[in-house]
Every structure is written in C-alpha cells, then in structure tokens.
Write a protein that binds this ligand. Structure first.
Ligand code: GLN
Length: 193
C-alpha cells in the first residue's frame, strides 16, 4: 500500500484521512516537515487558504513543501488546497506554494450560494460525481500542460498537471471514493518509477 499524507495545519484533515483509509491507503496527518520524507503523496485540504498559509509560515513548512513538489511526488489540492498550489491567485501579488500552472479566483461561486452540491462529469475520474462546493474557488486560466478535467457552469473546477491534481470542491465529504481512488492511483504509479 501507498502512504499518503494530509497537511494537518487547518481544515478538512480528518475527512481526507477517513477517505484515504476507506480507499485502502495508509494515511498520515502531516504536522511537521520531517514527516514529508516518509509519504509518497500529499493532500492539501480545504479550509481557509489564508489561515493555512499563515500556519505554513509559522511552522516553517514552505521550503519543505516546495522541495516535496520538486521531488515529483504527487500533490492533490482540494478547495483551499487548490488555491495553495496555484501559481497565480486573482487579486494577489504572490502565490502561496505556487507550483501548479493555473490562475484561481477565490470565493467565486457567488454569495447567495455559499455552498451547494452538483453532480459533475470528470474526465478519467468519474461520471456524475457528487461535488460539494463550499465558498469554492475556480480555475480562471490554465497553462498549456494543464489538462482540464471538469467544468461546472462553464468554470474549470478540476485540473491536472502531471504530478499535480486540483479541484474546487470537497471530494472527501462524500462517501463516493472515485476521486480519492484516482489520486491514490497517481501516487502508486509515481512510486513505481
Ligand atoms: N474560501 C476558502 C479560501 O479562500 C476556501 C474554502 C474551502 O476550502 N472550502 O481559502
């Protein structure tokens, strides 16, 4: 089995651990940088991107996260995690981790609908996946090496760039294992080579 870490600073950490275990992976809450050496892939959870960023700085995680990305190991950002991976954030001068070639916009699905669920078709991952959006970002634009895997209301909500996978919503909040299975499979394949 593969070992997948979930960055455990803030947000939906336990929910991802539960989802990973339900999909048969070994899951660890990553609370210090040394633990990163030990995992084959990493999930950056949803929550509040500005809070997670503040804690990344406080606990001096940034360099290790960028090294993890540079090592080629798979990383999966959900919601706030997607914002953390993006190379560009609308309205901000600097990105956070800044490794995935996408521009994102925060809280971009409107005020009345702070949260909603929609069934969406995701290329290569799932048809009719129950996607839970909570004050969700969307991907405004993506570089040429980024595969657009799903849109909702014309907006990009799932994308992959090689080792990086990102989505606007919270796959770990449903019992549908297909999205987590897909990431675990990315981790398995990456580990072989
Ligand atoms: N709105 C949050 C942010 O900007 C993301 C919300 C979420 O992760 N559910 O970080």
């Amino acid at each position: 089995t593969v070992k997948v870490g979930v960055l455990g600073l803030q947000g939906a950490v336990r929910e991802h651990i539960r989802a990973l275990e339900a999909s048969g992976a070994e899951a660890v809450v990553v609370k210090n940088t040394e633990q990163l050496v030990d995992v084959d892939g990493l999930i950056i959870p949803g929550g509040e991107s500005t809070t997670i960023r503040r804690l990344i700085d406080k606990y001096e995680f940034m360099e290790s996260l960028r090294e993890f990305a540079a090592s080629g190991k798979p990383m999966f950002g959900t919601c706030a995690g997607l914002i953390l991976l993006a190379k560009s954030i609308e309205g901000y001068k600097e990105p956070h981790i800044g490794v995935m070639d996408i521009q994102v916009e925060r809280n971009s699905f409107g005020r009345q609908k702070e949260s909603f669920e929609a069934n969406i078709d995701i290329v290569g991952i799932a048809d009719q996946f129950p996607a839970v959006f909570i004050r969700a970002p969307h991907i405004v634009s993506a570089g040429e090496n980024v595969e657009i895997l799903a849109k909702h209301n014309g907006r990009i909500v799932v994308a992959r760039e090689g080792q990086f996978l990102g989505c606007s919503f919270h796959p770990e909040l449903t019992n549908d294992t297909r999205f987590t299975d897909y990431f675990i499979n990315m981790v398995k394949i990456a580990r072989v080579y």
